[in-house]
Ligand binder design. Structure first.
Ligand SMILES: Cc1cc2nc3c(=O)[nH]c(=O)nc-3n(C[C@H](O)[C@H](O)[C@H](O)COP(=O)(O)OP(=O)(O)OC[C@H]3O[C@@H](n4cnc5c(N)ncnc54)[C@H](O)[C@@H]3O)c2cc1C
Length: 398
C-alpha cells in the first residue's frame, strides 16, 4: 500500500466499526489515506451474523493485501455440494473452477462475522486507521471544505473535523436519519429463525449446505466451524417467538437435519427480513455505505459482501478526491454505480431466492423446486448462476 499521505491533513471520518466501516478504513489505508472510525459499542461484537464471504470480496481483500490472513483463518471452499438430509449423494454441485475466466480466487469462504471484523480491525489499525470504541456519532454539519461531527463518549461530547463523513452505521443509521432519508422498500411477511448449534459427534461433520424438506418455507444449515452449524428456518404462520426458540423446537429441527442425537444451543433469534434502500447514497461530503444504505434478505449471503463492495468502490475515489481529483464526479459515480448494482443485481437475486423459499403453496413450491433442480443439473445454467452468487457479475460503466 501507499505511504500515509501527510498532505491531506484532515482524515476521513467513518461512523460504525461493522464490517463495512472497517473495510473502508482498510481500503483508505491501502490508498494512503488516514481515517478515524467512531463505534458506539464499547467492545467489538461477538455475534456470528453473516457467514459467507463471496469470491468478489476475497478479490477485494487480495487487492488490499489482506487476503492471506483470511486464508489462514478459514478454508477456501472450491466446490459447493447441496445435500438433502438423509441422502449421501449431493443434489447439485457447484464447481468454482468454472470461474477461471472471471477470478483468480475460485471459491467462497465461511467465517463468522465477528472473526471477519476482528481481522479487518487488525488490518485497519496496521494501515494507520484510528478505531475508537465507545464513541457514538450524534450529529454533524458540513461546509464546502469538510465535515464536523459531534461524538459522545461516557456523557462527554467532542467535535472532530474531517474531510468527509461516511455513514457505515448500519440499518438504524444516525447519519442517514440526519440526512432525512428513509430505507424505502418492503419487509417480507415471513419471519426467519436463526440458531447456531454445536453437534458433539460425527453428525456435525456432514456436508453443507444441508436442506431438509419442510411443509412451508426453508429448513437449511451451514457448517461455519468444526461441528458448529447455523440453522435457518422459516417461522410458520401462527408460531410465536418463544415457541420457535424453545429447546424442543430447535431439537426437532436438528433431528430432521442431522438425525437423532445430542446437540448444544449456542444462540438463536427470530428476525424480520427486508429488501430496502436509501433514495440517495450521498449528499455533498457525507456518504452512506453498507446496511446504512441498503438492506436485503440474507438468502444468498450477499448483504455484508455488498457493503464491503461499497467500501471498495468508495475508498479509491475518496483517495483520488483528496489528492485533487474531481470530487463531484468521483462521488457521484460511487452513488450511481453502487445503487445500480444493489438494486439491479443484489436485491433482485436475493428477492427471487427469498420469494421462492417463502412460497406459501407447497405444491407450487415443490413444482418450482423440481424445475430449479432440473435446470441446475445443466452445467451451462450452473455456470451462469455461480458468477451471480459469487457477485462477480457486477461491472461499472461510469
Ligand atoms: C443475526 C444476523 C444474521 C445475519 N446473517 C447474515 C447472513 O447470513 N448473510 C448476510 O449477508 N448478512 C447477514 N446479516 C446481515 C449482516 O450482518 C449485515 O449486512 C452487516 O453487518 C452489515 O455491515 P455494516 O457494517 O453495514 O453494518 P453493521 O454490521 O450493522 O455495523 C454498523 C456499526 O455501526 C455502529 N453504530 C451505529 N450507530 C452508530 C453511531 N451513531 N455512532 C457510531 N457507531 C454507530 C453499530 O454499533 C455497528 O457496530 C445478518 C445480520 C444479523 C443481525
Amino acid at each position: 500500500h501507499l505511504q500515509m499521505d501527510e498532505s491531506t491533513s484532515e482524515p476521513v471520518l467513518i461512523a460504525g466499526a461493522g464490517p463495512v466501516g472497517l473495510a473502508l478504513a482498510v481500503g483508505l489505508g491501502h490508498h494512503g489515506i488516514r481515517s478515524i472510525v467512531f463505534e458506539a459499542k464499547q467492545v467489538p461484537s461477538e455475534h456470528s451474523k453473516a457467514l459467507l464471504i463471496t469470491t468478489r470480496t476475497l478479490e477485494v481483500f487480495r487487492a488490499w493485501g489482506v487476503l492471506d490472513r483470511f486464508l489462514e483463518a478459514a478454508d477456501l471452499t472450491s466446490e459447493l455440494s447441496v445435500h438433502l438430509a438423509g441422502r449421501a449423494a449431493p443434489e447439485v454441485t457447484f464447481d468454482f473452477e468454472s470461474l477461471a475466466r472471471l477470478a483468480t480466487i475460485r471459491g467462497v469462504m465461511v467465517l463468522p462475522q465477528n472473526r471477519t471484523e476482528a481481522l479487518l480491525l487488525d488490518a485497519a489499525r496496521e494501515v494507520g486507521a484510528v478505531v475508537n470504541f465507545g464513541q457514538e456519532l450524534i450529529g454533524f454539519s458540513q461546509d464546502s471544505s469538510g465535515v464536523t461531527v459531534t461524538v459522545e463518549s461516557h456523557g462527554q461530547r467532542k467535535e472532530v473535523r474531517g474531510a468527509y463523513l461516511i455513514g457505515c452505521d448500519g440499518a438504524h443509521s444516525t447519519v442517514r436519519a440526519r440526512l432525512g432519508w428513509p430505507l424505502a422498500g418492503k419487509t417480507y411477511p415471513s419471519r426467519i429463525m436463526l440458531a447456531d448449534v454445536r453437534l458433539p459427534d460425527e453428525r456435525g461433520d456432514a456436508s453443507w449446505p444441508l436442506l431438509a424438506p419442510q411443509r412451508r418455507g426453508v429448513l437449511a444449515a451451514i457448517r461455519f466451524a468444526p461441528r458448529t452449524w447455523r440453522i435457518i428456518s422459516t417461522v410458520q404462520p401462527g408460531e410465536t417467538e418463544p415457541t420457535v426458540l424453545n429447546h424442543k423446537s430447535i431439537e426437532e429441527k436438528v433431528h430432521r437435519l442431522f438425525g437423532h442425537g445430542p446437540y448444544e444451543d449456542i444462540w438463536s433469534s427470530v428476525f424480520r427480513i427486508h429488501c430496502r434502500n436509501s433514495p440517495h447514497f450521498r449528499l455533498g461530503r457525507v456518504v452512506l455505505a453498507g446496511d446504512a444504505a441498503h438492506l436485503n434478505s440474507p438468502a444468498g449471503g450477499q448483504g455484508m459482501n455488498a457493503g464491503i463492495h461499497d467500501a471498495h468502490n468508495l475508498a479509491w475515489k475518496l483517495a483520488r478526491a483528496l489528492r485533487g481529483g474531481d470530487e463531484d464526479a468521483l462521488l457521484t459515480s460511487y452513488e450511481v454505480e453502487r445503487r445500480e448494482v444493489v438494486v439491479s443485481t443484489v436485491e433482485r437475486f436475493t428477492d427471487v431466492l427469498t420469494r421462492l423459499a417463502f412460497l406459501p403453496w407447497p405444491q407450487v413450491r415443490f413444482f418450482l423446486l423440481q424445475v430449479v433442480k432440473r435446470a441446475l443439473g445443466r452445467p451451462e445454467i450452473r455456470a451462469r448462476i455461480l458468477p451471480r452468487f459469487s457477485m462477480l457479475n457486477a461491472s461499472y460503466h461510469h
